[in-house]
Design a protein around this ligand. Structure first.
Ligand code: IPE
Ligand code: IPE
Ligand code: MG
Ligand code: MG
Ligand code: MG
Length: 299
């Protein structure tokens, strides 16, 4: 059996190839198709599809069944990045070491490609022939809820910058408010990934609840690691601009608590995530993932 990093890399390649094929087979204006291809490709970590497929593997779900759900999830994620980078949002020009979509094309194309990817996510999921209809319906509902939660999180994220205040002053959020914001903008989709794998596997309520806890801790850890990378990492390594959150007045734990305390929180979340899957068989990769993500920050 391949190890953790080999499985992560293999799944990432499978997802990128399958998504590329899928978009190439769509009938749409060439500029839109090319923009969608740009948005889904590049050196991405593909954490969410990996998480979905690994969780499904706990229940011996064949990859042929989990892959469409994983592709659909990655489409929704890529849409969120395209819109997140827009000038009216985070105004970022670099994504995955390449020009952000609105830079490579133009803003209107980026907005439309984002819309197309989010809707494609539901087209893929609803059309997946390998998933039982009752499970598919649950997944569609949960993905819809997670996608709308992202929008709430993004709204809170921008509001915290003070954008909608007459004073334009960043708002000082407390720890609970930052948890809420981050679990919405990033946690929801990561939590969906873990739950979707469990739902595909017909997991019982107790296992679903453990995997939900895993997803919640991992989602918070993921955004915290991203915020630490923004504060302490390099643009070369991150593949995107860094040192922007503080200037923008983003509400992050790094801003509230400082780098050291944020690192301690990261370790605590990694421990919580690991503990949630302690008693599962075949969960070596899920147990390895939190430490792997936490290590990216200290490399
Ligand atoms: C970036 O997502 C946005 C966050 C939620 C931190 P990823 O860090 O998963 O980006 P890619 O897909 O690997 O490029
Ligand atoms: C992104 O958070 C969350 C999304 C919903 C896309 P960030 O704005 O911190 O992500 P990056 O740093 O641009 O990847
Ligand atoms: Mg953002
Ligand atoms: Mg951003
Ligand atoms: Mg960030």
């Amino acid at each position: 059996m391949p190890g953790f990093e080999a499985t992560l890399a293999r799944d990432a390649q499978t997802v990128e190839n399958a998504l590329t094929d899928l978009i190439k087979n769509k009938t749409c204006p060439p500029r839109l198709q090319e923009a969608m291809l740009h948005a889904v490709s590049g050196p991405a970590k593909r954490l969410r599809p990996f998480l979905l497929m690994e969780t499904a593997r706990l229940f011996s779900v064949a990859d042929a069944m989990s892959l469409p759900a994983a592709l659909s999830l990655e489409c929704a994620h890529c849409y969120s990045l395209v819109h997140d980078d827009l000038p009216c949002m985070d105004d970022d020009s670099l994504r995955r070491g390449r020009p952000a979509l609105h830079v490579a094309y133009d803003e209107a194309t980026a907005i439309l490609a984002g819309d197309a990817l989010l809707t494609l996510a539901f087209e893929i999921l609803s059309g997946a022939k390998t998933i039982q209809p009752a499970i598919k319906l649950m997944l569609i509902g949960e993905l819809g809820a997670a996608a709308s939660t992202i929008v709430s999180g993004q709204m809170l994220d921008l509001a915290a910058e003070g954008r909608f205040e007459t004073s334009r002053m960043p708002q000082r959020l407390d720890e609970a408010q930052i948890f809420d914001l981050q679990s919405r903008k990033t946690g929801a989709l990561i939590c969906y990934a873990a739950r979707a794998g469990a739902l595909l596997g017909g997991a019982d309520a107790e296992k679903i609840s453990r995997l939900t806890r895993y997803g919640e801790a991992l989602g918070l850890l993921y955004q915290l690691a991203d915020d630490l990378l923004d504060a302490t990492g390099s643009s070369e390594k991150a593949g995107k601009a860094v040192a922007k959150d503080a200037k923008a007045g983003k509400a992050t734990f790094v801003a509230l608590l400082g780098v050291q305390a944020a690192r301690t929180m990261l370790e605590k979340l990694a421990g919580q995530a690991r503990a949630a899957v302690e008693h599962f068989d075949k969960a070596e990769n899920l147990r390895a993932l939190p430490a792997y993500l936490a290590a990216r920050v200290s490399e």
